[in-house]
Design a binder for this molecule. Structure first.
Ligand code: ADP
Ligand code: MG
Length: 400
């Protein structure tokens, strides 16, 4: 570690009561918006392995967090740990949420388990087993398709279990899935934005069956124009962009990382489901296949939506917007009606053009694209679930 990091670790050691008696800080391995993560050695590892005393352990603990403490099980004991120092500016509820969800997921395959958590004054730290992994930027350009299968099998096993617990991760992306190519295994981390499905649930037109949905949307978007037309004995006006939209502005959870947000998140759907995570997994696969990271460069949600329009085309994006009660209108000349095929996009990205006699994508790339399309279905109702993904030909035969 360089001087700055050494200084930071020393300051942390001093500020957190007794931490250095239990852990030897080795390095700083992560610094994000919500936390700093250190690699450390558990100095009591051998001690606890031989004499575990749950009662004594309880007394050492802050009572609010003691219920999160479990004797180290086979899966959570570790000599090397990751200490996640959650920034004190995070709300206590948010911190508790992250720890609680991790606790619920303690037996989930490929989800990094929580060993324990401590609090000193306003500082909370989560202790996780350290997981050796390779930086995504070092392998996304050359990972062969055969190995993508292994990566995604590992990822989807984690996602399936998270979804079985009715939990939405909300922030699936390469830095939150730590993959080790030699072990051929990865673990899902960072439940800082995760939530239980149905939290903040409000009605959204997307949950209505089609005829019902059309009527509801017409009613809400065009109420004023419709009423005026009816009063004047005229025919109902055609669906068009409302220039005088009287509806209150919408609020929905849009937490996540730009470029990885599902279309329904961008459209402020208020009935989001676990399927938003599947979209994010699809974006990771798109990154591998296109050899571009990040694939999307959007500055904000509108930009992100336009990027999707360029690929999927205006027609399909209009339909999907309407499903969530939004009317899309664009006069951008670069956005075509029908968009472009994935095959064409991937060939462009990898500097291959399908000339006469050239085959384009390889057979295994085609299989990967078929799978990716299932993850990147614009309509969540048509998107593959984690369990279905594991049964898909792309992942089915992969050894664990
Ligand atoms: P944040 O909310 O700040 O993004 P994360 O939980 O994603 O926090 O951790 C940040 C980074 O720290 C990760 O991207 C990863 O590089 C590293 N990290 C987190 N947990 C572990 C772990 N158990 N083992 C190894 N590295 C980890
Ligand atoms: Mg993270």
């Amino acid at each position: 570690p360089d001087d700055g990091v050494l200084e930071d670790m020393e300051a942390f050691g001093h500020s957190f009561k007794n931490i250095t008696q239990r852990y030897r800080l080795i390095n700083r391995i992560g610094e994000g918006t919500f936390s700093t993560v250190y690699k450390a050695e558990d100095l009591l590892y051998n001690h606890y392995e031989n004499n575990w005393d749950p009662e004594a352990e309880k007394e050492n603990h802050d009572s609010a967090l003691s219920r999160l403490k479990q004797p180290p099980s086979q899966s959570t004991k570790a000599k090397f740990v990751a200490i996640k120092k959650i920034y004190v500016t995070s709300s206590p509820l948010r911190i508790l949420n992250e720890l609680e969800l991790l606790h619920d997921l303690r037996d989930s395959p490929n989800v990094c388990p929580l060993i324990t958590a401590f609090r000193h004054q306003d500082q909370v730290i989560a202790i996780l087993p350290y997981f050796q992994h390779k930086d995504f930027r070092e392998y996304y350009r050359e990972l062969p398709v055969s190995e993508m299968r292994i990566y995604f099998k590992s990822l989807f096993l984690a996602v399936q279990s998270v979804h079985d617990h009715d939990i939405i991760h909300r922030d699936i992306k390469p830095t939150n899935f730590l993959y080790c190519p030699t072990k051929k295994r990865g673990v899902l981390v960072d439940f800082g934005l995760a939530e239980r499905e149905g939290t903040d649930y409000h009605h959204c037109p997307c949950i209505l069956e089609n005829p019902d949905r059309q009527r509801k949307i017409q009613q809400s978007v065009y109420a004023t124009t419709l009423n005026a037309a009816q009063a004047a004995g005229q025919q109902a006006p055609k669906l068009a962009y409302p220039t005088d939209d009287k509806r209150p502005s919408r609020r929905a959870n849009r937490a996540g990382t730009r470029g990885f947000r599902a279309p329904e998140v961008l459209l402020k759907c208020t009935a989001q489901t676990v399927l938003i995570d599947i979209w994010s997994c699809g974006i990771i696969l798109l990154t591998f296949l296109s050899r571009r990271f990040p694939f999307f460069h959007s500055a904000d949600d509108i930009d992100a939506f336009i990027e999707l329009c360029c690929i999927f085309g205006k027609k399909r994006m209009k339909d999907i917007a309407l499903q969530h009660g939004q009317v899309m209108h664009s006069n951008l000349p670069t956005v075509s009606d029908n968009g472009h095929s994935w095959e064409k996009i991937l060939l462009w990205c990898t500097n291959r053009t399908k000339k006469e006699g050239e085959s384009g994508l390889s057979q295994e790339e085609h299989e990967a694209v078929d799978f990716m399309k299932c993850c990147l279905a614009l309509d969540p109702a048509k998107r593959i679930s984690a369990a279905e993904a594991l049964a898909h030909p792309f992942l089915r035969g992969v050894d664990e």
